[in-house]
Design a protein around this ligand. Sequence first.
Ligand SMILES: [Zn+2]
Length: 379
Amino acid sequence: MNKRDTEPAGALVSLFMDLARIASPTGNEREIMDHLTTRLRGLGLEVEESAPLEDRPSAAGNIFCRLKANAPGTAIMFSAHVDTVASQEGALPQPVLENGTIRSGSPAVLGADDKVAVAAMVYTLEQVIKKQVRHAGLELLLTVGEESGLRGAKALPSGQIKASCGFCMDGTGPVGRIVTRSPSQKTVRAVFRGKAAHAGVEPERGRNAIAAAARAVAEMKLGRIDADTTANIGIIRGGEAVNVVPGRCQIEGEARSHDDEKLESQVAAMLDAISFAAAAASVDVELAAVDEFRGFNIGPGHPAYDLALLALEDIGLEPVPVSSGGGSDVNIFNLMGIPSVNLSAGMENVHTPDEYIAVESLNQCHRLLMEIIRKAARQ
Ligand SMILES: [Zn+2]
């Protein structure tokens, strides 16, 4: 193990605990962003905040700051999201440290996803400044709205990031995992419009929108389509009363694939099933297929991948490239032309009250980030 960065865990742990105590469910990131802005300004950094995603006092925008290079090499970006999934009404986060593990001591989610990365990145930046570590340019982007469709990352002003590659730290499981591959995703929506009628008196005059939607779903191949592709219908809404032939029914689903051609053909098959079922039931249908995010595939030869791999090896952790089925801010950065990988932050059971992070994982996150910075600077 690299001994250079063996820091006392205390400062990083307290930073994480401080952040975890500030509730920041999506759309309510004002307080945590103010806290972080004050901390970063205290380091002498200029902090830019972009426009909030919502027009209300508890909302905030992404914050961004840059450290000017003091060495040649590859300029890099670190990014993490500050928003968390919502907790049970009224539950306030109370992080508890016990036996080397930090958990939530209340019904609120801990918010390790993604405050572990926020804490590790801010702490690492502080250490770089205090110890005058050589680096080739370092940008920090903390996003809002990740949990509600990557909205903060999508609102990133073009040209803000100058770095040639990026590192998010929003993966689950042991530190060492590198998400190098993620699928593209499309959402499919359909509204069937039939004709309402009294179900007992004159059903002949009705055209049943629920029956049409049900037939459409039955005609679709769903679940795991092949090694690269999955599909799901997750929402069906329609009907008002048992004695009314329903005139309206809406379905919503998604398809994901690591192969864009396979994604297109799966979505086309779902839309065909919808059109076929609507025509067969003589109901009208409105259809939409919307791009949610684009996939990426970052392997050997990409600076983000190579730097992460070398840094992991140097701190004594085994690099484990993994393929993800989900989307994160990384998908957006890659789409914007900032080749980025998603590193695991060591958090477990995310999005549940049982979420936890081991202090050792938190320290590993810091050591990994510090080593990436060192590797990106040419000696
Ligand atoms: Zn996350």
